[in-house]
Design a protein around this ligand. Structure first.
Ligand code: NAP
Length: 519
């Protein structure tokens, strides 16, 4: 059995006890064990800040971009091995695994091209110069310089590769070192990826550290110039945001948490239209892709009263085609949940939702699946529910069931009304609206936007080219207000700003132009 190692202080290091197992969720076989006991987290952060930080902030954006390109290429070259690990350690089908691994290399490649575009400068000039007062000699300009601490990148279990890449790409390009803390349950994929990067010697000494297991006291040693970039549940994120080190040092926290995402179907939708097909495809994909373990997955499906019956019928027809089992077995289209704990949580969550909804599809008790030993594996059926209690009172808006579970919610009323219903979840990562009617779309978007980080418009005009609401393009921001964490990642150059300090410089205009042009 493999023992995972952390990469700290520019060395590989075992923990020395209190081992945690890393499993194959299809068979419950132990694949690896990991421990971080005995690792001095204070020293890890000190090394990252002093050694890695110094080197990386002295590189230009173009040089950092070249580094990202090499990491992206390395992941691509080792794609097959990483896909296999995601299939055995994360319960991913091949297609789920590609989503994670290719998402990682794609995000790094995008930020690499941004580095090339920004060029051979070390910090950014932000916005236009401003004349201050009546005399044209006295001017002001804003610059952005990399923070002098480390980025503590804490990732959720569901995207061990992409989750690392979305944080590291922006942090490295901004000029900060990164300390990666993956979730233990899928640490095998993350550990392999980090080992590849370290062994290829692409990233400067100290700019990449890796905590291969429980965090220990990591967060207790965070200081003012550090950034906590967190992805995971709202509960863990809030606990970390309120920890003493973070509040005492007023540390920047960028939090990507959970979200009860919604899809909304316009009442005027023609059932023979491509818009309707896109809607059904997107809901089906989001329920089953990665076994519903996507922060962006559609959980609530708002359907006009008159269309509920047909939508449920069409979704059930699609769900009947799902083959649940070990992703290594032929024909399997949906793998297990990642752990026993996750399975228990999903079953408990469905039981709560069932107090407000009837079950249109799915059997909670079935367990044995193809390709897995009898009684083994953390499998669940996809579950489709239909709300039976009034929209306003339901827990359906508040409980994230992180699995292949969605609830159809019948609605009546116009675009503004349904946007208000959607907003009951108190802040979301993404909402999707399916319509060909410009007025409905406009009304919906303007009312839903304050509650969401991203709005996806699905219709016949983009049916053949759109990626669905679940994919997160690095060009656009990812995050959302309230429950979704209040953070914002990616979004092109916007994503760099979280790792840089914006400073206003005032003085003699020619001096500003000469000394603070970014070069
Ligand atoms: P989680 O239980 O909240 O854990 C998230 C991460 O926090 C894990 O790496 C965990 O490590 C770590 N952690 C826990 N306590 C810590 C501490 N004291 N110090 C430092 N790190 C600590 O979430 P999860 O079960 O992995 O992921 C599922 C959740 O993430 C879902 O709610 C989903 O919606 C959300 N998510 C959000 C996004 C987004 O972009 N908004 C993306 C993906 C997932 P251990 O594994 O060692 O406990």
């Amino acid at each position: 059995m493999e023992t995972l190692q952390s990469y700290v202080n520019s060395q590989w290091r075992h923990g020395d006890g209190e081992w945690e197992d890393v499993l194959n969720p299809s068979t419950e076989e132990v694949l690896a064990r990991t421990s971080t006991r005995g690792i001095d987290m204070d020293a890890v952060l000190h090394h990252a800040r002093s050694v890695g930080g110094h080197t990386i902030r002295n590189m230009t954006f173009a040089e950092r971009g070249e580094m990202l390109k090499a990491v992206a290429q390395l992941i691509h070259q080792n794609r097959e091995e990483l896909i296999h690990l995601a299939m055995i350690n994360a319960g991913n089908t091949r297609s789920d695994a590609k989503f994670d691994i290719d998402g990682a290399s794609g995000t790094l490649a995008y930020y690499s091209s941004l580095g090339k575009k920004i060029g051979n400068i070390r910090y950014l000039v932000d916005g236009e110069d401003e004349q201050l007062g009546r005399d044209a000699r006295f001017f002001g300009r804003h610059i952005l310089t990399p923070l002098r601490g480390a980025v503590i990148a804490v990732n959720a279990y569901n995207f061990p590769a992409w989750g690392f890449a979305e944080k590291a790409a922006a942090a490295w390009l901004a000029g900060m070192p990164v300390v990666v803390k993956p979730a233990v349950s899928t640490a095998l994929v993350a550990a392999k990826l980090i080992r590849l990067v370290v062994e290829a010697k692409i990233v400067p000494d100290g700019a990449l550290s890796f905590i291969a297991g429980p965090p220990g006291t990591l967060v207790d040693h965070i200081k003012t110039q550090d950034v906590l970039a967190f992805t995971g549940s709202f509960r863990t994120g809030s606990m970390l945001r309120n920890s003493a080190s973070i509040t005492e040092h007023n540390v920047r926290v960028n939090m990507e948490a959970d979200s009860i995402n919604a899809a909304v179907l316009d009442p005027q939708t023609d059932l023979d239209s491509e818009t309707y097909t896109v809607f059904i495809n997107d809901v089906f994909r989001d329920m089953t892709q990665k076994t519903g373990q996507k922060c962006t997955a559609i959980r609530r499906v708002f359907v006009p009263d008159s269309l509920v019956e047909v939508v449920v019928e069409d979704l059930v027809a699609r769900l009947k085609t799902v083959v649940v089992g070990n992703p290594l077995a032929d024909g399997v289209t949906m793998g297990p949940l990642v752990s026993q704990d996750q399975r228990d949580r999903v079953l408990r969550g469905v039981a709560v939702l069932q107090r407000h909804a009837r079950t249109a599809f799915g059997n909670l008790t079935s367990r044995d699946r193809i390709g897995s030993p009898p009684g083994r594996g953390y499998f669940v059926d996809p579950i489709l529910l239909v709300a039976t209690t009034p929209i306003q009172t339901s827990e359906i808006h508040h409980l994230e069931v992180f699995g292949p579970v969605a609830t159809v919610i019948p609605y009546s009323g116009n675009a503004e009304h349904v946007a208000n219903d959607v907003a009951q979840s108190a802040g979301g990562l993404v909402v999707s609206v399916y319509s060909d009617d410009r007025r409905f779309i406009e009304e919906f978007v303007l009312n839903a936007a304050p509650y969401h980080g991203r709005i996806y418009i699905g219709n016949s005009k983009v049916a053949d080219v759109s990626l669905g609401p679940g994919a997160v393009p690095p060009q656009l921001i990812h995050g959302g207000p309230g429950r979704a964490g209040g953070g914002e990642e990616l979004g092109g150059v916007r994503g760099l700003h979280h790792f840089m300090q914006r400073t206003a410089i005032q003085g003699y205009r020619p001096l500003l132009e000469k000394c603070f042009s970014g070069e």
